[in-house]
Design a protein around this ligand. Sequence first.
Ligand code: SF4
Length: 191
Amino acid sequence: MELSRRGFLKATTIGGAVALGFDLSHTRAEMRALKVSRTTETRSICPYCAVSCGVIIHTLGDRSKNAVSSVVHIEGDPDSPISRGSLCPKGITLKDDITRASRLTTPKVRLPGSDKWEDISWNDAIARIARHIKTTRDRCFVATNAKGQVVNRNPGMAWIGGCTDTNEFNFLQWKAISGLGVPYRDSQARV
Ligand code: SF4
């Protein structure tokens, strides 16, 4: 009889356990339980490209106040109508992008004349961005074109969205930046 290496190991392991009188039913049941059986699942979208494949992020930790959650596994979301559970080689490495030590977790600023980036708070970052938007709009705003027609545009700014932006988010951001007169707009998903 032909016996593969895998078959040999399986047969000798089970045979040995039976011969010694072990009950393997619990072991088999535990083996069938996936390593993600105790994780919290969070559905999200791969941030790498405009395909926007669905992902399930598995997190360990009970999310109580003093617990630090950790991402232990990421897989394709079979319920995603876009990707149906598939991830390309780039998307399948997403866990390492989240957990790597060099990942940026705070906003940074490089001040005028400085040669280095410095951490700032989110409140500080948002206040600085708002100030830059106001200053640029005041400086670049064009109310009428050469023919005297009202255009109310702000050619000093452009806006780019990300691939994880939903249609609804894009609708809202288009509304917001239209109010600022920004004429140059795009999003990675071109929606
Ligand atoms: S898994 Fe690959 S194809 Fe899908 S969104 Fe991510 S990078 Fe793009």
